[in-house]
Design a protein around this ligand. Structure first.
Ligand SMILES: [Zn+2]
Length: 335
């Protein structure tokens, strides 16, 4: 969190000559230090929020990058952040239940908790599968790996910020428009480039089951996910069944991620001849906080390109998407 010197000087001037000072969008905007404090959970949601809030809100993530968000238990110290936040944004869909209950216990009386994913996904569209079986009551929560839901997340965040801070509503609306344009650009690029994948190859076997909604939207087939519902490694008979499935469906590449390193995928690769690509990033943003790549856009550009190349396609359109933003990202991303 840093205040720019011009901002301080302007504040002083405003005190000296009140009549001359309006909250002009470019120079006299409220600084983030006296703006809203927004607590978020996983880094893709933190990044989407930063794309809308820019430097007019303070945003602080809770789930460290590279952590299994599904089993994450916040430290008691997170209560301090939750007790001062004006707005608490979680994915919901039962992803962050321990954080949610800590928030409910500790939040300011007038602070709002918004379960964005729960709000944008009708129950009739819940996806249950091997890693998220219906009998457990927890649907697959990964909406942010799909472009259309990402735009819905951004719109929901714009609405919440505008309601709490109407003075900056035009700023949040402009940021939303710019972000939506970028997401749609990436969406179109993926739809173009996936056509270069040989016929019948758009089949995904991932370790972590993060692409169910994306696959449905883009016409890919998720043939399986390796990780069982308790996020441990699968047992021998599950592995044997996956090996049969990979062979039967002639899957070219199986995908693992840095967040969930697994020997099991290597084993499936060896047994089937499928290539093992282990660099999907799930919700671990590329680069370092503050860099352009360290963003939802950087993350998903990388993941989509890696998947399409792994399945035998080329990615000239995705590669051409410039990862940048019209606003600075000053959010706190715990590492
Ligand atoms: Zn996940």
């Amino acid at each position: 969190m840093h205040l720019s010197r011009p901002g301080l000087a302007l504040t002083a001037l405003c005190v000296a000559a009140l009549s001359a000072c309006s909250t002009s969008a470019t120079s006299g905007s409220p600084s983030a230090s006296d703006g809203l404090l927004v607590a978020t959970t996983v880094s893709p949601i933190t990044s989407i929020a930063a794309s809308i809030g820019g430097d007019r809100v303070r945003i602080e993530g809770i789930v460290p990058e590279g952590t299994n968000s599904h089993t994450f238990e916040p430290e008691p110290s997170v209560a301090a952040l939750l007790s001062t936040a004006d707005l608490i944004l979680v994915n919901g869909l039962k992803l962050e239940d321990p954080t949610l209950s800590l928030a409910e216990t500790n939040k300011k009386a007038d602070a709002k908790i918004v379960e964005i994913g729960t709000n944008v996904l009708p129950e009739s569209d819940y996806i249950y599968d091997f890693s998220f079986p219906k009998e457990e009551g927890k649907p697959n929560p990964h909406l942010w790996t799909d472009t259309a839901y990402t735009v819905k997340y951004a719109a929901a965040i714009r609405e919440e910020l505008s309601a709490l801070d109407p003075a900056n509503a035009a700023y949040y609306a402009a940021n939303f428009t710019a972000f939506e344009k970028k997401v749609n650009e990436l969406d179109a690029a993926v739809r173009t480039d996936q056509q270069t994948v040989p016929q019948g190859n758009l089949k995904l076997l991932t370790y972590h089951d993060a692409y169910a909604y994306f696959a449905k939207d883009f016409g890919w087939q998720v043939i399986g996910a390796v990780q069982p519902k308790n996020f441990s490694d699968p047992n021998a008979s599950d592995v044997a069944a996956l090996i049969d499935q990979v062979k039967a469906q002639n899957v070219k590449t199986i995908f693992g991620s840095e967040v969930f390193p697994s020997k099991v995928l290597e084993e499936i690769g060896r047994a089937t001849g499928a290539t093992y690509e282990d660099s999907l990033r799930d919700d671990d943003l590329p680069g370092a906080p503050g860099e352009a790549d360290h963003s939802w856009l950087g993350l998903m550009k990388y993941n989509y390109a890696t998947m399409i190349k792994g399945l035998g396609g080329q990615t000239p359109s995705i590669d051409a998407v410039v990862v940048d933003s019209t606003v600075p990202d000053n959010a706190v991303y715990p590492q």
